[in-house]
Design a protein around this ligand. Sequence first.
Ligand code: GLU
Ligand code: ZN
Length: 500
Amino acid sequence: MVDDAGGSTAAVRVRFAPAPSGDLHVGNVRTALYNWAFARHHGGTFVFRVEDTDRSRATDEAYHAALDVLRWLGLDWDEGPGSGGPYAPYRQSERLEIYAGVVAQLLEQGAVYPCFCSRAELDARAEQARRDHRPPGYDGHCRSLSPAEVAAHRAQGRAPVIRFRMPPGSSTFTDLVRGEVTFDHALISDFALTRSDGHPLYMLAASVDDVLMKITHIIRGEDLLSSVPRQLALYAALAVAAEDMPRFGHLPLITGDDGRPLSKRNGEVSIAYYRREGFLPEAMVNYLALLGWSPGNDVELFSLDEMVASFDLERVSKNPARFDVKKLEAVNGEKIRGLVPADFRARLVPMLQAAGLVAHPPTAEQDRLLTAVAPLLQTRLSRLTQAPELLRFLFVAESAFVVDPAEAAKTLLPQTRPQLAAAAAALAGLAEWDAAGIEAVLRAALVDRLGIKPRHAFAPLYVTVSGRRVAPPLFDSMALLGRERTLRRVQAALDVVPEE
Ligand code: GLU
Ligand code: ZN
């Protein structure tokens, strides 16, 4: 029986298997998201496996950061660190005996062999091959060493890497995204399964774990497509039964603005960076989902639940997906506007606290201001990190408030004195201090009585009150600031604006 998962009806098991050597990046997390959504759509199992066998690169810090990012995004795993599971441990550094056992078995069978070539020898022969226009890669030098030769190398104290004897022929398989793919084995050299210190390499550890952990679908980036024939050859050597064989789906390349693969060189790739920069997890997952998939009907905004409901591999594109930070920002703005007010306010507070504008916990007065100002801000942000800049005028201690000198020089000119003075007088006499009342008296005083065009009438006041050019709307800002602080700022401006 075949279901729409493109496999047997056996329960779906997929995995996310990052190598914890730095921040998770856009590509990693898109892979995690697609695997997670696929598992949830099919009621399957999402496994988190940590590929930390490269001791020179894997760090504990990166490991914990990776778990943290997935939790932040809401991508929960059923098996893996902290969750355990029937195939534990899920950190490859804790599974070394398993890989050693597989290597011993393969040596016994003759499917692998020790290679004693040093890096210098390999490099020298590769250089010669280039000059002779022969294919690159390992040349099979140690494929048929005699037992005596092996013993002689060992006697010299040389430690071998273990290489897989790539069989002749070709591999054809049906990729769940790309369709039928064929690789000619003539182009695939005998690859190393271990380092010379016996430590397992990616091809060994990942392939072995995928079958031991009963992974049914390997969904990962296109950069790993060429490892499939090696993985399949290894499975043949290990006599993995057809029904235990995982299927493969390779996700399209993500490019930067220049069309080249997205990397540090042409874009910001770290998910932790976007988190710090005020992107909501809801926006990240929504936007990352769009890098190679969409639910159809031009729908571009959706929740994780909606993604789960409609996610499948058939709709995943083969074409490269361009990472567009402007689009991500637009999605973020939409997600911010979509938050219920209490939720928005709750996400705002840490931003203001980090900027030193609001206390931990907020004071009663800050609480009042937060509740009042949050709705004004919610429609105006594309990143949460813009909030401190927009709200500094309101939360700053009055004694620390300053008008940006560049703005003052441009806007608070001698000819604005009469309108600032008229505004001060009108505001001082206002009975009910609210936005509508403020607007009414200022319009009457500046537009009606002094005959100033609205565009010019309010700009100096805006700078006077907010200290800059970005803030919530003027009358609301004044209402929140209160009569006393507002009048003090207008007076302070009058004190410094030169006479005409
Ligand atoms: N550890 C590999 C990586 O981060 C995983 C590759 C795979 O999914 O097979 O690229
Ligand atoms: Zn060799």
